[in-house]
Ligand binder design. Structure first.
Ligand code: PLP
Length: 480
């Protein structure tokens, strides 16, 4: 690495990215290219000799950017957000610059220690129970994604119970969650080798915005125990993907405790709101959980990827995931003096991801982060108000955070027609390129999801988005 060349090219790249952000609103938010577009534009083999950076950047502009969906656009309202910020970006840059592989403490002590410290800071800011702090038996670890987080805790829970009952109990283990739980859990169950029929995604209660009912859970557990099965794991969600439903943690936690279940709470999206005292009550009951996960890379200004997982008993993770090959042995690890995060995750290698979270916490401060989250929730409330004022539309599920679920009502009063109408509205709105939203289905109804959370989104973008919905709805209704 030639330091002067890095300086020159680095400046050029930062300029390129800064210009991208300056003009981001000029791009269609949802990429409008067709599958296979890029093969037609790029040569079919790598160059034999070096090219200039300028040539590559020209190609990025002409050939790559048209195939990019602009998640950082202020007009991005799809799925859930994936935040970028200057702090997060600079942290990523620093991490790429140092480029360490911090699987064991010795491979970069600062990487391990900063991660533990920053996750203790965040646990404190979220008012998590002290059992999650690294000073006790628990601790935090940064995973790549919420999918990895739920997988590692599921493996830890599975192995805990199998150590007690023997491996022959595996086909009898029962996992519980609501049918609104993210599909990441289903994938984790498949990887963990659980009996698919005993992965029970219980029907959520439509009268409580699709939360998991404690009564339904209790009944399922009682039946399973009576049938000779072994309940072992419960996953609750704060902020489900479809409608941001909040599972009732206090009641679910009690059931989990009574029945000796590992209780995991997935707050991949909504976890960021835990930082605001006025939303902390949504997480009450977290005290009963064994593990808690939120994605700082969703709505917490930390560039992808940074999924934060806390556990109360780190030894459970370590017992499931540790290996001790000769080539990784070192004094600090052998003497049990240090954390080796390789034993808390699936891969061996790990990036210095805590740098970007540390930078976000320091450059925004907790108050800055609170204002950030509150602002998006206020913008979502504003959008919800706009929808409610237009009698042609209906807000479908009560809104707590920054997701609004709504629907254009069919004048034909038919569910099939209503679904087609809303599908057409979504396509019509997205084809403008001016905004991007996605959908879900709740109780058979096709629902539009408007998720506020891009860092550049302001009130005027929400107003403009609503205008597009209204105009497209008018055109669709007139064409009936
Ligand atoms: N859990 C919830 C509630 C989510 O909304 C998502 C993604 O949107 C996930 C889990 C999966 O996230 P990841 O992509 O980090 O695995």
């Amino acid at each position: 690495m030639d330091a002067e060349q890095l300086r020159e090219h680095g400046h050029k790249m930062v300029d390129f990215i800064a210009d991208y952000y300056k003009t981001i609103q000029n791009f269609p938010v949802l990429s409008q290219v067709q599958p296979g577009y890029l093969e037609k534009l790029l040569p079919d083999s790598a160059p034999d000799y070096p090219e200039s950076l300028q040539n590559v950047l020209d190609d990025v502009k002409e050939k790559i950017l048209p195939g990019v969906t602009h998640w950082q656009s202020p007009n991005y309202f799809a799925y859930f957000p994936a935040n970028s910020s200057i702090a997060g970006f600079l942290g990523e840059m620093l991490s790429a610059g140092l480029n360490i592989v911090g699987f064991s403490w010795i491979t970069s002590p600062a990487a391990t220690e900063l991660e533990s410290i920053v996750l203790d800071w965040l646990a404190k800011a979220f008012q998590l129970p002290e059992d999650f702090y690294s000073s006790g038996k628990g601790g935090g670890v940064i995973q790549g994604t919420a999918s990895e987080a739920v997988l590692v805790v599921l493996l830890a829970a599975r192995d805990n119970i199998l150590r007690r009952l023997g491996r022959s109990a595996l086909p009898k283990l029962v996992m519980y969650a609501s049918d609104q739980t993210h599909s990441a859990l289903q994938k984790a169950c498949q990887i963990a080798g659980l009996n698919p029929e005993l992965c029970k995604f219980l029907k959520a209660d439509s009268s409580t915005n699709y939360a998991l009912s404690p009564e339904v859970l209790s009944e399922a557990i009682s039946n399973d125990i009576a049938g000779g099965l072994v309940p072992f794991f419960l996953c609750a969600t704060v902020g489900t993907t479809s409608s941001a439903a909040i599972d009732p943690l206090p009641a679910l936690g009690k059931i989990a405790k009574t029945n000796n279940l590992w209780f995991h709470v997935d707050a991949a999206y909504a976890g960021s709101a835990c930082i605001c005292p006025e939303y902390r009550h949504c997480f009450d009951g977290i005290e009963e959980s064994d593990s808690f996960n939120m994605n700082a890379h969703k709505w917490f200004l930390t560039n992808f990827d940074c999924s934060v997982l806390w556990v109360k008993d780190r030894n459970s993770l370590i017992q499931s995931l540790s290996t001790n090959p000769e080539y990784l042995k070192n004094k600090a690890s052998q003497r049990n003096m240090v954390v080796d995060y390789k034993d808390w995750q699936i891969p061996l290698g790990r990036r210095f991801r805590s740098l970007k979270l540390w930078m976000v916490l320091r450059l925004y401060g907790l108050e800055g982060l609170r204002s950030y989250v509150r602002n998006h929730i206020e913008l979502a409330a504003y959008f919800e108000e706009l929808v409610s004022q237009d009698k042609r539309f209906k807000v479908i599920a009560p809104r707590t955070f920054s997701l609004v679920c709504f629907r254009l009502l069919s004048p034909l009063n038919s569910e099939d027609h209503g679904n087609k109408l809303n599908r057409d509205l979504l396509d019509s709105v997205n084809s403008t390129g001016n905004i991007f939203i996605t959908h879900t289905v709740l109780s058979g109804e096709y629902i539009l999801r408007f998720a506020v959370g891009a860092p550049l989104t302001e009130r005027r973008h929400v107003t403009m988005a609503w205008q597009i919905f209204q105009d497209k709805a008018t055109a669709l209704l007139e064409s009936l």
